[in-house]
Design a binder for this molecule. Structure first.
Ligand code: HEC
Length: 108
């Protein structure tokens, strides 16, 4: 292989790599979308769902600090806060979503 050919194939590899990265970030974005979508379409969330979230929130989130004020943070901030706090509170994926949906529903 001449050095020119090598340079060309490296270029193609680089392109493939960035395409893969792009695809991966699309998957990540899609994976995150449902949570936000659920929050925005809060009309479709049942009262039982929110009540369950409220119970988990009150029981799990006041152990280390005062119970946070749900309206003190935006829905966007709560995504990050919950990603940070859910493991501390040892919440399951489902409990994580329930609490998130509850705190965001208070905001609206
Ligand atoms: C194991 C202990 C622990 C549990 C359980 C816990 N937190 Fe926290 N939380 C912390 C610590 C530590 C901080 C950081 C305090 C600081 O540095 O000011 C914090 C900070 C916060 C903040 C402030 C973030 C900011 O940007 O100012 C919020 C809001 C919060 N927690 C929400 C929650 C929620 C909601 C839950 C329940 C899902 C929860 N926490 C459960 C330990 C905990």
């Amino acid at each position: 292989m001449t050095s020119k050919q090598q340079a060309t194939s490296r270029k193609i590899d680089g392109k493939k790599y960035s395409l893969a990265l792009f695809a991966a970030s699309m998957v990540l974005m899609t994976a995150c979308t449902p949570k936000t979508a659920v929050a925005e379409g809060s009309k479709t969330i049942s009262a039982e769902h929110l009540a369950a979230g409220k119970t988990i929130f009150e029981n799990s989130c006041a152990r280390c600090h005062a119970l946070p004020d749900p309206t003190a943070h935006s829905a966007q901030d709560w995504v990050g806060i919950m990603n940070w706090m859910a493991p501390k509170a040892k919440l399951t994926e489902e409990q994580h979503s329930l609490v998130y949906d509850y705190v965001v529903s208070v905001k609206k």
